[in-house]
Design a protein around this ligand. Structure first.
Ligand SMILES: NC(=O)c1ccc[n+]([C@@H]2O[C@H](COP(=O)([O-])OP(=O)(O)OC[C@H]3O[C@@H](n4cnc5c(N)ncnc54)[C@H](OP(=O)(O)O)[C@@H]3O)[C@@H](O)[C@H]2O)c1
Length: 318
């Protein structure tokens, strides 16, 4: 079995709308219902053995919910990670038509968001740049990098980044070069990798070999691993996933997560479950192992990264 653990990401839990292929229609989208659901999913996760939880200030009230849970439960063995760089601006308006989160990778935003996020200490273990890009200049912003290094020393944090888009490899390459007195600034990389988008495989393997923490996000391709008539180009993949899900008696989600474990073997794969039922389904990935031949067939289902990210940019917020 691989050594990969499953963690829980709060992107779908802390706000009424998120990028997905949502099929659930009858959802109570009040703040109180979302909070109750999030606390329940966090408690159930802990009970089911999850100890790693990922959030960001732009996940609506997700960071506040995680903070409330962390303070009230007082678990000593949980590892929390959060980020800086995006601000949630949809103000819990269901069906909000504008951009839901605004990017700002400035020192001002870092200081402002850290001021809230630091309340997650001492369980906060990883502090990340949210969706680092080359264009935002964040990887050459001396004020930001110095401050991150200060936080790292002061609080024994791992400093990380998350990445998305066709330039993930270039972003990771640029980040790997940043060091302070010969010591790498970045210890942790949260990257998109799944059956359809495998372009980061080699660099992630290199990071794992170097002892960096590699966290995989969007392992279910935002829900696109589930049979869906809107994505005809994945029909071959859906047929094969159906065969495997029959073989192992699990859903496509568990097959997709297991593929990441058996092929890449990262430190952590994030479940983006929006309720306990989905979480339990996702966790079935821990109970079986794919054969080499099955992994090889799943490897062959990768699509062109440009097409993958183009499609992702057109997914709607529901
Ligand atoms: N740039 C960044 O830093 C960044 C970007 C994305 C994600 N992340 C992190 O990675 C985590 C995971 O990524 P993600 O949630 O975006 O993507 P994901 O894991 O690829 O997809 C999650 C979606 O899959 C659906 N799902 C999961 N299990 C299911 C099941 N058993 N049956 C049916 N549908 C199921 C849910 O959709 P419904 O909600 O429609 O039910 C859920 O929203 C996030 O929570 C976040 O912590 C970080």
């Amino acid at each position: 079995m691989s050594t990969t653990k499953i963690g829980l990401g709060l992107a779908a839990l802390g706000r009424p709308d998120y990028i997905n292929i949502r099929t659930k229609t009858e959802i109570d989208k009040s703040v109180s219902a979302f909070k109750a659901n999030t606390i329940k999913v966090l408690d159930d996760s802990y009970q089911l053995g999850i100890r790693d939880f990922d959030v960001a200030p732009s996940y609506g009230l997700g960071e506040q919910f995680l903070l409330d849970w962390n303070i009230s439960r007082q678990h000593k063995d949980v590892n929390l990670s959060t980020k800086f760089g995006y601000t949630y601006v949809a103000n819990w308006e269901v069906g909000f038509s504008g951009k839901h989160e605004i990017k700002e990778h400035s020192i001002k935003k870092l200081n402002e968001q850290w001021d809230f996020s630091k309340a997650l200490l001492p369980n906060l273990k990883i502090y990340q740049i949210h969706s680092a890009t080359l264009e935002s200049g964040v990887l050459s912003n001396t004020a930001v990098l110095n401050r991150l290094n200060e936080l790292k020393q002061e609080h024994q944090l791992k400093i990380g980044l998350s990445s998305s888009g066709t330039e993930q490899v270039k972003i990771i390459e640029a980040a790997r070069k940043i060091n302070f007195e010969g010591l790498d600034l970045f210890d942790s990389y949260q990257v998109t990798f799944n059956i359809f988008e495998q372009s980061t495989f080699q660099i992630l393997k290199a990071l794992i070999t170097e002892g960096k923490t590699v966290i995989i996000k969007e392992g279910l391709a935002n829900g696109r691993v589930f049979q869906n008539d809107s994505f005809q180009s994945y029909s071959k993949a859906y047929n094969y996933l159906k065969t495997l899900s029959n073989t192992y008696n699990v859903g496509n989600d568990a097959i997709a997560l297991r593929f990441i474990m058996d092929y890449l073997n990262p430190n952590l794969v994030l479940s983006g479950a929006s309720d306990t039922h989905q979480l339990r389904q996702n966790l079935k990935a821990l109970n079986f192992k794919l054969t080499t031949e099955e992994v090889n067939t799943l490897k062959s289902l990768a699509v062109n990264p440009e097409d993958y990210w183009q499609e992702r940019s057109h997914l709607s917020w529901n």
